[in-house]
Design a protein around this ligand. Structure first.
Ligand SMILES: [Zn+2]
Length: 244
């Protein structure tokens, strides 16, 4: 069983797996680096105990089983009946949160390696929890002064078929970050499908931002010169006025 099909539509439409209603699972993986599926299942469960919060600050609203139950219950509202069993619904959320997320983490690593090959002299790293949370950016490309220049979102190809509102909300957050963000997609075989395009776009973006700084410096210095000459001219003019 995959994460496609009618349950995918149901899950998306009711926002069952949205990070606010569940857990920021990629953050959890980066923070605790689980070795395998079982460990990730346990991590999600152990972060769902408000009476015993983890020092990493990540919180889950429940366990994989709970997420499956939400999906199961949503069927009644949507279809007026329960088409899929509770077990099927739990398996579906398990595939999404555990299998896909771990795969996503491996993919992010692979993307970092690719970008490091192409952008020597630049820093390419996983985004901080804050940047990921606030601006939905997976990878950050920064210069050697640690100034962020561009961001990458690494998404499965199926993301393109997701609800428009989900994509729009991500893009709006991307914009608030203030640096261009590009989407790198991978297919079922875990191969990137638009790596060349993204590399070209990032290349343009980081060159442009360097150019923009030079232009703005030029601008500033130009303005200083102008003010300087204007001041001289002004004083001359004033002096001339005095002469007459
Ligand atoms: Zn933790």
């Amino acid at each position: 069983m995959s994460t496609g099909g009618p349950l995918n539509v149901l899950n998306g439409k009711h926002g069952i797996s949205s990070r606010l209603r569940t857990v920021p699972v990629m953050n959890l993986i980066r923070k605790h680096k689980p070795q395998g599926r079982g460990e990730l299942v346990d991590l999600i469960a152990s972060h769902s105990k408000p009476e015993n919060p983890c020092e990493c600050g990540i919180k889950s609203t429940g366990t994989i089983e709970d997420f499956g139950k939400s999906l199961y219950n949503a069927q009644k509202n949507e279809w007026g009946q329960y088409i899929h069993t509770l077990e099927e619904c739990i398996t579906w959320e398990y595939n999404l949160f555990i299998i896909n997320s771990l795969k996503g983490n491996v993919i992010e690593e692979k993307a970092i390696q690719e970008f490091r090959k192409h952008f020597k002299g630049w820093n390419i790293s996983e985004s901080s929890e804050k940047i990921d949370n606030d601006y939905r950016v997976d990878l950050v490309i920064s210069d050697n002064h640690n100034h962020n220049k561009s961001g990458i979102q690494v998404k499965p190809e199926t993301y393109k078929r997701m609800r428009g509102s989900v994509k729009l909300s991500n893009e709006m957050r991307n914009k608030q970050w203030g640096n261009p963000v590009f989407y790198l997609y991978y297919n079922k075989e875990s191969n990137f499908i638009n790596l060349e395009d993204v590399i070209l776009s990032v290349n343009k973006a980081i060159r442009f931002s360097t150019l923009a700084i030079s232009v703005s410096l030029l601008h500033t210095s130009g303005f200083v010169f102008f003010t300087f000459f204007f001041a001289i001219f002004n004083s001359l003019f004033v002096n001339i006025q005095f002469l007459y």
